[in-house]
Design a protein around this ligand. Structure first.
Ligand SMILES: *Cc1c(COP(=O)(O)O)cnc(C)c1O
Length: 398
């Protein structure tokens, strides 16, 4: 069975010479050979007819290992990441876990101090059972990664940039060089950057991971994860085997919805980044905001590196620190009307969340921080709503 989706296809659309936006808009331009439909069909069959000689000439044998709708969505994602291959999983966590589970026992891993809290907690809980050791370091300073590397033992450096929820920036190219010099691989959680802003594989990363639940799907109605690779090497084979064996593949209906979302991905990502930039700028001048954390702001410690490795803006995520501390932050979130008080990020609707109370003890997140996921609403409306809530939390506008 093919490991992945790179077989030539007579009905495939043109793939050379067009931009990612163009290719994604047409889901690679593929036309259904039977109906000539411009939308790829939803393949639901879990099992496939064998040839008289018992072979599977179609390349499909059973739905836990592979599915045609999943493959077509993976093709779009691989194109967006300039990847040699992509694999979809039932969630971002399943995708990330597959990378760590593909390591050999005894492997040393470097992970960031500021990262998706669910994965940090999973690593803390599971690393012992997986017989891997994990050091959490401030990866926004490349020197810290250099000192944390154990030559010969470090097999994986995992970074997240921008890093949730402080939007710290790691220098992908510099960390890739360090990792490779030490014989380790570099994997990146690029959920907050999305392929609209960064192609980590072209900067030297070996594997890129996304929670496709977030801006890739963008409609808050699918839980999914994706890995994409620079080359289909031994660890990628192992990850492919893990996905099939552990039954972690995304369902076809979710893959179909994700493909539908990817057609408008660049429009949504552009609008959301533009909105976030406006909000970051206006909130920086707000009397009840003590800090705005957004890599697009010139004062952000990672701004220079972000400007080098991101394009089309700096993403849809920002955080604010509310003057007056935890109570004022929670009161601000309590007073919004347009923003939705909810976890997650990347959807077309804007979300606000007090992260410290979600992440609990051990979080690097300050208690006065509110995380903002910018949707596609009018930025003026989003700002007015926050402005009103900030004033309400501080006793009303004088
Ligand atoms: C949501 C998220 C994850 C986990 O993804 P799920 O799809 O929820 O499993 C991982 N990393 C980041 C940065 C996320 O925002």
């Amino acid at each position: 069975m093919p490991a992945n989706s790179q077989t030539p296809d007579p009905d495939a659309g043109p793939s050379e010479g067009y931009t990612k936006r163009t290719l994604a808009a047409q889901a690679m331009g593929r036309i259904d050979p039977i109906t000539k439909g411009v939308v790829p069909p939803l393949h639901v069959s879990t099992t496939f007819l064998r040839d008289p000689d018992n072979a599977y000439s179609s390349g499909f044998s059973y739905g836990r290992a592979d599915n045609a709708t999943v493959r077509e969505t993976e093709n779009v994602l691989a194109m967006l990441e300039d990847a040699a291959g992509a694999l979809l999983f039932g969630s971002g966590m399943a995708a990330a876990a597959a990378v760590f589970c593909a390591l050999e026992p005894g492997a040393h891993v470097i992970a960031p101090r500021v990262m998706y809290w669910g994965l940090r907690r999973w690593l803390q809980q599971e690393s012992l059972r997986l017989q891997i050791s994990v050091d959490f370091v401030d990866t926004e300073t490349t020197e810290n990664v250099r000192s944390a590397i154990h030559p010969g033992e470090t097999k994986l450096v995992w970074i997240e940039t921008p890093g949730n929820p402080l939007w710290t920036i790691a220098d992908i190219a510099a960390v890739a060089t360090l990792a490779h010099d030490a014989g380790a691989r570099l994997a990146i959680d690029s959920t907050a950057a999305s392929p609209f802003h960064t192609q980590p594989l072209t900067l030297g990363a070996d594997i890129v991971m996304h929670s496709a639940t977030k801006i890739l799907n963008g409609h808050s109605d699918v839980v999914a994860g994706v890995l994409a690779c620079a080359k289909t090497d031994a660890i990628w084979e192992r990850i492919t085997t893990i996905r099939a064996g552990w039954g972690a593949i995304l369902g076809p209906f979710e893959a179909y919805l994700l493909m539908r979302s990817l057609r408008t991905f660049s429009l949504r990502a552009a609008a959301q980044a533009a909105g976030a930039a406006i909000l970051a700028d206006r909130l920086s001048q707000h009397p009840h905001v003590s800090a705005v954390l957004y890599p697009g702001l010139p004062g952000h410690p990672g701004h220079e590196v972000a400007a080098r490795q991101m394009r089309n803006g700096f993403g849809f995520m920002l955080s604010i620190r509310v003057a007056g501390g935890e109570a004022a932050a929670i009161a601000t979130a309590a007073n919004v009307k347009l923003w939705k008080r909810a976890t997650s990020l990347g959807g077309v609707e804007s979300l606000i969340e007090h992260r410290a109370s979600v992440e609990g003890p051990g979080t690097p997140c300050p208690i006065d921080l509110l995380r903002l996921s910018t949707g596609i609403e009018d930025p003026d409306d989003l700002f007015s709503d926050l402005d009103r809530a900030l004033w309400a939390a501080h006793g009303g506008k004088a």
